[in-house]
Design a protein around this ligand. Structure first.
Ligand SMILES: Nc1ncnc2c1ncn2[C@@H]1O[C@H](COP(=O)(O)OP(=O)(O)O)[C@@H](O)[C@H]1O
Ligand SMILES: [Mg+2]
Length: 251
């Protein structure tokens, strides 16, 4: 079997002495879509920031494509991050930039392309998420769903091998959320990327996830297929899937 794209072993991350990740072990397989579920504050965003080396763990390792990134210096991580796209929680477009400037931002940072190539790439990524003739618009002129789509186009701009999605449907209505789920799946299939999707939107998770993990008390209490998830004996995960959870996750 091909080596996993990510190998995570014994990952521990604490803030102010308080452990958030307590010995996380998992692999992300090449070409799969792995969904990470968990309650608010369980450490899902923290886990994603470990995968692209934005933060260092207290102990444990993360390897990307066979190379340990945990001990790497910032400048050595630069070429790695180019291969890992990230859709941040909240979408986070630059408000003072047009759609074109937002989507081309990673290209201008990382690639030596002329203006024509950049524009062409921007149009291609926007068309992948179903947008046309929006290049000159400002984020304030877009709906929530369109902003997410532009952010998705931006995360795909560098043709990454892996895309990390942090809560891609938060704040969207169910129909727009279903569209985003569809676009994540479609872009993954057409670009042959690997996806790691953090969410607590269960319909989206079911649509996009080949496998699903449940982050609880610093480790994955479950990691398997949806078929296995639907038969889980893990009560907390079962309750989560059935929607029997604390209201704090309603957001
Ligand atoms: N930079 C940080 N400094 C201090 N505490 C943090 C930081 N990032 C995350 N945490 C804490 O780690 C826990 C998990 O956060 P997070 O990964 O954002 O949760 P979620 O699963 O909702 O994405 C929370 O208790 C949060 O307060
Ligand atoms: Mg989060």
């Amino acid at each position: 079997m091909a080596t996993p794209i990510f190998t995570v072993r014994g990952l521990v991350k604490k803030y102010d002495g308080k452990p958030v990740l307590e010995g996380l072990d998992f692999d992300v397989r090449r070409g799969e879509s792995l969904v990470i579920l968990g309650r608010s504050g369980s450490g899902k965003s923290v886990t994603l920031r470990q995968l692209n080396g934005l933060e260092k763990p207290d102990s444990g390792t993360v390897s990307f494509d066979g190379v340990e990134i945990t001990s790497m210096h910032e400048k050595d991580l630069y070429p790695i991050r180019r291969r890992i796209g990230m859709l941040f929680q909240g979408g986070a477009l630059f408000d003072s930039m047009t759609v074109e400037e937002n989507v081309s931002f990673p290209l201008r940072e990382h690639r030596d392309m002329d203006e024509e190539e950049i524009l062409e790439r921007v149009r291609q990524k926007l068309s992948l998420v179903g947008l046309k003739d929006v290049e000159e618009l400002m984020p304030s002129e877009l709906s929530g769903g369109m902003k997410k789509r532009v952010a998705l186009a931006r995360s795909l701009a560098l043709d990454p091998e892996v895309v990390l999605f942090d809560e891609p449907s938060t704040g969207l209505d169910p129909m727009t959320s279903a569209l985003i789920a569809h676009l994540i799946r479609q872009s993954q299939a057409s670009l042959a990327t690997t996806s790691v999707v953090v969410t607590h939107d269960i319909p989206l998770a079911r649509h996009v996830g080949d496998r699903v993990a449940f982050l609880c008390q610093g480790t994955f209490s479950f990691l398997g297929t949806w078929e296995q998830a639907d038969q889980t004996s893990d009560q907390v995960f079962g309750d989560f899937l059935a929607g029997r959870m604390g209201d704090e996750d309603a957001a």
